[in-house]
Write a protein that binds this ligand. Structure first.
Ligand code: HPA
Length: 284
């Protein structure tokens, strides 16, 4: 098993994707239109997959079994709302010690398998004081404050260009469709800017005030690497933060992972309904 912390420069990704693709193609010829990353507490959407084919991370070359609590660790292919999709139940985080180039392989694999659209979801703390636990926030843009980047090192021009544009990183077209799906399901959606950090500790109250003052609306420990790599590979990106708690210091109460999982369990089914509708209506 290769060390998940070993850097993977972009130029090494095509060969690694060849190996990953071969394992998936030995199981199914389904060509996904959409790839979906299910964050903490959101794994339930996987239960909605029709005719699912599941590949445990451990069977995918170079992938460690996901270790974050609340993450299962499987790649799934099947149909959602009648349309072919790939789903990642669990994901790789930087805070687990994974190299950025490993963290982004699932979304690059989505693209390799045929997906043109990626939906990224996460659990996050609320920086906007009006966001109650359970708020579903469509991600409008992000601040990459991890200090990391999955595109460091020699580029693979076959996948994407050296200097990817991030102007429309979080697709305006897809955001509109997410809001339409929310309206169709009668589910209220907020919208805002996701601040991506390394973790694994939650923020200090001073940090929460800083990130809010920078224009952030939600803060978490994932998603930004995947967005950068997906844009590099030419995929269209959209996604959600499920706000599981008020940012540290807002309530005077300490934060806990249990609280995050409980809020995810409560709001996850609502988010699942929006995503299912979004996927079902994509071709319309
Ligand atoms: N901060 C960072 N990540 C998180 C939080 C938080 O408050 N809640 C859930 N994930």
């Amino acid at each position: 098993m290769p060390d998940p912390a070993t850097p993977i420069p972009p130029i090494d990704q095509p060969a690694r994707l060849d190996a990953l693709e071969a394992v998936v193609r030995a199981r199914t010829d389904l060509v996904p239109e959409v790839g979906i990353v299910l964050g903490s507490g959101l794994g339930g959407l996987a239960d909605d997959l029709e005719d699912p084919v599941a590949v445990p991370f451990a069977e995918l070359p170079g992938w460690p079994a996901a270790t974050a609590p609340g993450h299962v660790g499987r790649l799934l292919l099947g149909r959602l709302g009648g349309r072919p999709v790939a789903m990642l139940q669990g994901r790789f985080h930087l805070y687990e010690g994974n190299a950025p180039g490993l963290v982004v392989q699932p979304v690059l694999l989505f693209g390799r398998l045929g997906a043109r659209v990626v939906v990224l979801t996460n659990a996050a703390g609320g920086l906007d004081p009006s966001f109650r636990p359970g708020t579903l926030m469509v991600i409008r843009d992000h601040l990459n404050l991890t200090g990391q980047n999955p595109l460091l090192g020699p580029n693979a021009e076959a996948i994407g260009e050296r200097f990817p544009d991030m102007t429309d990183a979080w697709s305006a077209r897809l955001r509109e469709r997410l809001h339409a799906a929310g309206a169709a399901e009668g589910i209220a959606l907020a919208e805002g800017i996701y601040v991506g950090l390394l973790g694994p500790n939650y923020e200090t109250p001073a940090e929460v005030r800083l990130y809010a003052s920078l224009g952030g609306h939600a803060v978490g420990m994932s998603t930004v690497m995947e967005c950068i790599a997906a844009r590099w590979a030419g995929l269209e990106v959209c996604g959600f933060s499920l706000v599981t708690n008020a940012g540290a210091g807002y309530t005077g109460e300490p934060l806990s992972h249990e609280e995050v999982l409980a809020a995810g369990a409560e709001a996850g089914p609502r988010l699942a309904r929006v995503i299912r509708r979004f996927v079902a209506d994509l071709g319309a």
